[in-house]
Design a protein around this ligand. Structure first.
Ligand code: 4AD
Ligand code: MG
Length: 474
């Protein structure tokens, strides 16, 4: 007989039909010679109930039906007398495909997330992680569908690269060299000419630079893949390996970019509400009671659009009026700390904020320089750039993007003053030499989106196998 997935079995109404389901035992109980098994096959958060008369089955086989065991159950689909489920299966035959010992790490309910992380290879079988992983899949589908429908081509940028897009020096090196026997020149620098790539190579921190090459040929592209950052940040928002979706489009300005960011995020949220109802209801009940309301709320809000200078004014006013104390300073020119972003998003506006026009010196080299310098406290400040950070409640920065500097001379000047090795950038600069065009894009941290959609608190719990400082297990 052909197997029916539990998600499909639960929708069937052809009661009396023969059916075969496979899955793992979530729980088993018995009463007056009748056994009840809750079986889950991962296709849905819901279990299907298996009912049988103990007298009709081999006693040794029944003993093997423990939590976590894998079964093939044949029986009749029947209307369920129990509340909360339309159908159940009256078992006629049960085969134990895989037994499961009492040392099964997901045996007990209500384990801490820390415990689950130590057993990340088995935590996927729990309700919570099943829900998160199904939502993760659905969000990936939403991303591809959105960009495909909006005329963006899926463009594959390399994971191994020789350039540091963000210039933050957080790259993991890729080498086949024997690290115990490195050749060095007279200055003590490592000689890479005989390494695999003939030069120093690393894992990419962002696909943007190659993405720009794609966009300036195809008009609009998006990359969606893993990115790597060797930043030693042990926070609930940082991973050393995370997924990023990066659209890049030509002939757009700052307003178009912000419209795209807002429309795209709302599309993803709506997709989750439309496609992940059962999983969201579970998470809303078990993890975060305000989750669904918050997701629906985001759809109704118009995101605030605020310049960095206006943001600083609000923060300084809050300090001056004694409404708020911050640990870190936030004078004009300072990079905002997450406490500042959270104040603006969670307390002051109470909705998502798109912040723009940051001081040039706190942002990456490729951002377009504003024509006008901002005025703050009656004084003209330093140059700003057309960068956009989308700040979300609970999450902080979910998107970082910008309009790109398309002027060759300005871009070269920026590269030189920042001391970025020019010889590595020739191919990037060629886009500004041959038919340069206005363009821009952004990067959305996929796991940060999943945090927001699921209401989970720690980024380590929204990716199957997290990579963080001192942790690369599984
Ligand atoms: O702001 P970032 O550094 O921007 C870029 O990399 C640009 N090159 C993107 C572009 O314009 N194409 O990173 C983009 C987003 C952040 O807003 C954040 O959501 C996420 O990537 N991110 C991280 N997510 C998890 N762990 C980390 N260590 C992250 N660093 C950034
Ligand atoms: Mg950023």
């Amino acid at each position: 007989m052909k197997r029916t997935k539990v998600t499909d079995a639960l929708l069937r109404t052809d009661f009396g039909a023969d059916i075969l389901v496979n899955g793992w035992v979530r729980s088993k109980r018995g009463s007056k010679g009748i056994f009840f098994i809750a079986l889950n096959d991962g296709s849905t958060i819901k279990n299907i109930q298996i009912v049988g008369d103990e007298a009709n089955f081999d006693a040794d086989m029944l003993k093997q039906i423990t939590t976590g065991a894998c079964l093939a159950v044949t029986g009749k689909l029947v209307e369920s007398p129990a509340a909360g489920q339309a159908s159940e299966i009256q078992a006629t035959q049960i085969e134990v495909l895989g037994t499961c010992g009492a040392d099964y790490p997901m045996q007990k309910k209500g384990q801490t997330f820390e415990y689950m992380r130590q057993h990340a290879h088995m935590r996927l079988r729990t309700n919570t992680f099943g829900a998160v992983m199904r939502i993760r899949h659905n969000m990936a589908m939403a991303i591809h569908t959105y960009f495909h429908e909006h005329g963006y081509f899926y463009f594959h940028t390399p994971l191994i690269t020789a350039s540091d897009c963000e210039g933050a020096g957080q790259m993991f090196q890729v080498t086949t060299k024997n690290l115990y026997d490195l050749k060095k020149d007279e200055n003590g620098s490592i000689i890479y000419s005989d390494d695999f790539f003939g030069k120093q190579a690393s894992l990419t921190v962002s696909g943007q630079l190659e993405g720009e090459l794609g966009a300036t040929a195809l008009g609009a592209i998006y990359t969606f893949g893993p990115t790597f950052r060797a930043e030693n940040s042990n926070t609930p928002r940082h991973l050393a390996e995370f997924w990023m979706v990066e659209p890049e489009a030509c002939f757009i300005d700052l307003n178009d970019l912000m419209d795209l960011e807002e429309d795209f995020i709302k599309y993803c949220v709506r997709w989750a509400l439309d496609h992940c109802k059962d999983d969201l209801e579970f998470l809303n009940k078990m993890i975060d009671k305000g989750l669904i309301e918050r997701l629906e709320g985001v759809l109704k809000e118009t995101f605030v659009r605020l310049s960095y200078t206006e943001g600083i004014e609000i923060l300084q006013k809050a300090i001056a009026e004694g409404k708020k104390q911050f640990e870190f300073p936030c004078n004009w020119g300072d990079d905002l700390a997450s406490e500042h972003e959270r104040y603006l998003v969670e307390e002051y506006f109470q909705k998502p904020v798109i912040m723009t026009h940051y001081p040039k010196k706190i942002k990456a080299f490729y951002m377009k320089i504003d024509e006008q310098k901002p005025v703050y406290n009656g004084e003209e400040m330093e140059e700003t750039v057309q960068g956009t950070d989308v700040l979300f409640p609970q999450i902080g920065e979910i998107i970082g993007g910008s309009v790109r500097e398309e002027n060759y001379d300005k871009l070269v000047n920026e590269i030189e003053t920042r001391g970025i090795p020019m010889k590595d950038m020739w191919w990037y600069l060629d886009t500004r030499r041959f038919g340069s065009c206005p363009h821009g894009g952004f990067g959305l941290g996929f796991e940060r989106l999943i945090l927001f959609i699921t209401g989970m608190a720690n980024i380590r719990d929204v990716i199957p196998f997290p990579r963080t400082p001192k942790n690369a297990e599984f």
